[in-house]
Design a protein around this ligand. Sequence first.
Ligand SMILES: NC(=O)c1ccc[n+]([C@@H]2O[C@H](COP(=O)([O-])OP(=O)(O)OC[C@H]3O[C@@H](n4cnc5c(N)ncnc54)[C@H](OP(=O)(O)O)[C@@H]3O)[C@@H](O)[C@H]2O)c1
Length: 345
Amino acid sequence: MGYKVAVVGATGNVGREMLAILAERAFPADEVVAIASRRSLGTEVSFGDRTLKVKAIENYDFSDIDICLMSAGSAASKEWSPKIAASGAVVIDNSSCWRYDADVPLVVPEVNADAVVNFRKRGIIANPNCSTAQLVVALKPLHDKATITRVVVATYQSVSGAGKEAMDELFAQTKSVYTLDEIAAAKKFPKRIAFNVIPHIDVFLDDGFTKEEWKMVVETKKILDPKIKVVATCVRVPVFIGHSEAVNIEFANPITADEARELLRNAPGCLVIDKREAGGYATPYEAAGEDATYISRIREDPTVDNGLVLWCVSDNLRKGAALNAIQIAECLINRNLIQAKRKAA
Ligand SMILES: NC(=O)c1ccc[n+]([C@@H]2O[C@H](COP(=O)([O-])OP(=O)(O)OC[C@H]3O[C@@H](n4cnc5c(N)ncnc54)[C@H](OP(=O)(O)O)[C@@H]3O)[C@@H](O)[C@H]2O)c1
């Protein structure tokens, strides 16, 4: 018998992607349950070639759930994840609510899969922020080879990273521009996003950085190495799916662009597209719907002793959220860290 899996936030961008990936990968689930807020009760979501009726979280009994894939935002996770974990399910959470808790592993399987073993204290495993996930996948093989000391990263983040209403806002504003209609006031973003870029994601902190930038620093340290210094500038761009990053990396030891290209070619989760010609690099358009972290434009940085510069692109809804969560669940199963309750009974 397989596992009983709950997808909480099943009507959202990440939840829908989770259902698609569970079906694609033939995840060993006997039953998958779609759950969201009361607002969505009875609506239908796709799961492979079937549809599932959405259940409301308030009335759902989690006692026979083995794995709960949670993508319903921080407030819902704060309230529900501990209750769901207490009922005996392992919760794999996509919000930022638990990421910085010392008793919650923060996992990107290509980088720190071994950390999953520490999930029992709270019964919760956290997924990183979407920008961090693809960054650490690209950094890990380079760090293993030449020891990264400092990373400077600028992100170009798609609107799907801010949820389904944010995608609607870009769509509606873009349409209004073409139809010469008045553009409705921005709701999900602080300024108009259509035909614009916004250097502000999440709230501002006292030091002038935004919380999104802070998350990239703290999460990279927790997942990869606390000694690595990171500084980030996070920018929202009018792209529907796929986050891009321009990354400057400094190392303790020498590493050439050719060595880096070869290492990344053989690294799990990475796909190198790096021809030094027009179109010989990845863009978010190609990354959307794909699992890989694409790496392009690898070159040596002539302004520091041991430095590389690269361009990195990935589907934020997949590697940045849904795929990573499902890979964590697969890690737990492959390492025999969880048992199906119905099998055990
Ligand atoms: N999008 C990304 O790239 C990305 C990457 C990493 C992490 N995340 C995180 O993943 C989470 C979901 O993001 P998203 O982009 O999928 O957002 P979204 O498209 O806005 O969807 C939110 C989902 O959460 C549900 N929900 C909201 N409040 C709830 C509650 N109180 N109880 C139960 N369900 C509730 C919604 O249900 P209704 O439809 O019923 O309202 C919907 O299914 C967020 O924490 C986000 O920060 C997102």
